[in-house]
Design a protein around this ligand. Structure first.
Ligand code: G6P
Ligand code: MG
Length: 218
């Protein structure tokens, strides 16, 4: 049976994609090209440096590593300005209620995010106390679809992977969950998250009942 729920952050608990987009777009404009919202879709769940590589390929530009780190830092400073102003009103619908329900039902909770800014976002939105373990981009070396972030989460909770369920909005995250030996609930559209055991449009649709049905089906 299920003993723990592991949550991705961006796109599952909070909508930070818009802030990432504004910062990447600003960087692209400084570099002299346009970066669209459609281009931004490719960055979901992708690490900071891999995101920069995708952005630069859209602009047809190449830089050495030193310059790339400088560009990524510039983007992150703008992004950080946005997330510094976040508060609890930016928690996605259903997320807080579901986190509370998990804990009331004796399930452990962990964060499994690629973001190095996760602690700022969790603290500003007031979500930090709802997690038994927090694994973020400062603790991992391999980005999703590598299972590392979720395996570290399960280990921190002392729950075997097969008793964990992951909540993810990115295709790479669903793959990471599966490679960790965990089931996955996709948050978003079945068109992109079809590999997940269940897809819902938001955590508002998620209940402990549905979680239990999932674990019975396995
Ligand atoms: C999440 C987001 C990505 C972001 C990555 C790294 O996976 O979905 O868009 O690039 O985290 O975030 P960071 O805050 O460290 O730049
Ligand atoms: Mg995400």
């Amino acid at each position: 049976s299920i003993k723990a729920c592991l949550f991705d952050l961006d796109g599952v608990l909070v909508d930070t994609a818009k802030y990432h987009y504004l910062a990447w777009k600003r960087l692209a404009e400084e570099l002299g090209f346009t970066f669209t919202e459609q281009d931004n879709e490719k960055l979901k769940g992708v690490s900071r440096m891999a995101s920069l590589d995708i952005l630069l390929s859209v602009g047809g530009l190449q830089f050495d590593n030193a310059k790339k780190y400088e560009l990524a830092e510039r983007k992150n400073n703008w992004y950080f300005e946005s997330i510094s102003k976040m508060d609890h009103t930016e928690i996605l619908p259903g997320a807080l209620n579901f986190l509370k329900a998990c804990r009331e039902n004796g399930l452990k909770t962990a964060l499994g995010s690629a973001s190095k800014n996760a602690m700022t976002i969790l603290d500003n939105t007031g979500l930090t106390p709802y997690f038994d373990a927090i694994i973020d981009g400062t603790r991992t070396t391999n980005a999703k679809p590598d299972p590392e972030v979720f395996l570290l989460g399960a280990a921190a909770l002392s729950v075997p992977p097969e008793q964990c369920i992951v909540f993810e909005d990115a295709e790479a995250g669903v793959e990471a969950a599966h490679r960790a030996g965990m089931s996955c609930v996709g948050i978003g559209s079945p068109a992109t998250l079809g590999q997940a055991e269940l897809v819902v449009s938001s955590l508002q649709e998620m209940t402990i009942e549905r979680l239990k049905e999932l674990s019975l089906a396995r």
